[in-house]
Design a protein around this ligand. Structure first.
Ligand SMILES: [Zn+2]
Length: 75
């Protein structure tokens, strides 16, 4: 038989997100969820010049639309 007790666990939650391109805060909708945005995480491989470095950034929808217009090959 197991007896249980309740414990409180502290955890980190994302409070704010900023677009790395324009610096603006990603807005939250009426349900307190962030409006959709692009999040990129990349751990560079050993053969790259960044060897194991982790990059991550966030891009708002407006900047994303402008960014993809600069692509030589459209998506
Ligand atoms: Zn932006």
């Amino acid at each position: 038989m197991k007896k249980y007790k309740k414990v409180s666990i502290e955890k980190e939650i994302v409070e704010e997100v900023y677009c790395n391109i324009c610096g603006e805060k990603i807005a939250k909708n009426s349900h307190n969820h962030f409006e959709d945005f692009l999040h990129v995480e990349k751990v560079w491989g050993y053969d790259s010049k960044k060897d194991g470095k982790k990059d991550d950034f966030d891009v708002c929808q407006r900047c994303y639309e402008e960014w993809i217009k600069t692509f030589k090959i459209s998506i």
